[in-house]
Design a protein around this ligand. Structure first.
Ligand SMILES: NC(=O)c1ccc[n+]([C@@H]2O[C@H](COP(=O)([O-])OP(=O)(O)OC[C@H]3O[C@@H](n4cnc5c(N)ncnc54)[C@H](OP(=O)(O)O)[C@@H]3O)[C@@H](O)[C@H]2O)c1
Length: 253
């Protein structure tokens, strides 16, 4: 249990929504928030390995309908949302930027950028009304070194970072904080699958995958989850519009 000096869990009584909590970084975030005393609702397209203790609502966040279904479930299950973590994301690599089909560009934008915009538009008004709330967007360190095979993904995450910063400034007068967490390479089912697909595209395309991480290892989902927990807690009360890069020192080079 993660508590403050008096032993009270730091998120006791807080109602949290985490997208993509059925595995990887999202599941670790769900566990950390539960440990800290929050009530947590998570979502994915299938339940997978949602941590025990969390409520689950099946939704595809790439669509407006999915975002609306999740927002409705949040109101029904939690009654309102104090903490919103946009974690669902990813994209598969292609040989080069010209090989990325239109529909993959659209899907990357929907999942990695517009999903957050849509869900924020549904859940942030309640935070504004209560003059309290915290939003975290999960980006990617790949934004720092955009490469052809991933341009649909990195461009979408770059848009997310810009949007997150602007939203933070817009919502600051209402007591709502918005921050970004930027992971480097983290050992998760999605991360491993993507790196395997990248390596299969050939040595040139996979070159960056073998670069050393200065701290000497890949990230663990909990490395990112602890950063998210900090940002959504009152310990980060004076942090908004920031981007916490958690990458073992890998970027920028
Ligand atoms: N792992 C890394 O190395 C790394 C590095 C930088 C940034 N990131 C970012 O960190 C976040 C988490 O990555 P991860 O590696 O933990 O991914 P992951 O292992 O693939 O897990 C992704 C989670 O999101 C859910 N999800 C995917 N598409 C969804 C959709 N359309 N609607 C609802 N839920 C969906 C998945 O469940 P379903 O498939 O069942 O829907 C799963 O729960 C992503 O935003 C990713 O871009 C990861």
């Amino acid at each position: 249990m993660i508590g403050n000096e008096s032993g009270t869990p730091v998120l006791k009584g807080k109602r949290a929504v985490v997208t993509g909590g059925s595995r990887g970084i999202g599941a670790a975030v769900v566990r950390r928030l539960l440990d800290a005393g929050a009530d947590v609702l998570t979502t994915a397209r299938s339940a997978g390995a949602v941590p025990e203790g969390a409520a689950f609502a099946e939704a595809d966040v790439r669509t407006r309908a999915g975002a609306e279904a999740l927002a409705a479930a949040a109101r029904e299950v939690l009654g309102g949302v104090d903490v919103l973590v946009h974690n669902a994301g990813g994209a598969r690599p292609f040989a080069n930027s010209s090989a990325i089909p239109d529909e993959e560009w659209q899907e990357a934008l929907d999942l990695n950028y517009l999903a957050s915009v849509r869900l924020d538009s549904l859940l942030v008004p309640g935070m504004k009304e209560r003059r309290s709330g915290v939003v975290v967007h999960v980006s990617s360190a790949a934004v720092r070194t955009p490469l052809g095979p991933f341009l649909h993904y990195t461009a979408a995450k770059a848009a997310l970072e810009n949007y997150s910063r602007g939203l933070a400034l817009e919502l600051a007068p209402f007591g709502v904080r918005v921050n970004t967490v930027t992971p480097g390479r983290v050992a998760t089912p999605g991360g491993e699958a993507t790196r395997e697909q990248w390596a299969r595209l050939g040595a040139a395309a996979g070159e960056g995958a073998t670069a050393a991480v200065p701290l000497g290892r890949e990230g663990r989902p909990d490395d990112i989850a602890h950063a998210v927990l900090f940002l959504v807690s009152d310990r980060a009360a004076w942090l908004t519009g920031s981007n916490l890069v958690v990458d073992g020192g890998e970027f920028p080079r």
